[in-house]
Design a protein around this ligand. Structure first.
Ligand SMILES: [Zn+2]
Length: 60
C-alpha cells in the first residue's frame, strides 16, 4: 500500500516504512525515525495536510 509520510510528504510503501505511529486511531507511516519523532512532538501540525506538506506551506 502506498502511503504518504505526513511530515516530509514522501510517498513510501507501508511495508517499507522505517517507523509507524498510531495517533487518534489512525496509523501513520514514516520514511525515517526522525520524521516520526517530529510527528510525535506535534502531531496536530502534520495531520490533515497529507499531500500538501512542503511546497504549499509558506512558512515554518
Ligand atoms: Zn519522512
Amino acid at each position: 500500500m502506498r502511503v504518504t509520510d505526513p511530515v516530509c510528504g514522501m510517498q513510501i510503501d507501508s511495508t517499507e516504512a522505517a517507523a509507524t505511529e498510531t495517533f487518534q486511531g489512525r496509523r501513520y507511516y514514516f520514511c525515517s525515525a526522525s520524521c516520526r519523532d517530529r510527528f510525535r512532538a506535534s502531531p496536530e501540525r502534520y495531520i490533515g495536510n497529507e499531500g500538501a506538506v512542503g511546497h504549499s506551506r509558506g512558512c515554518c
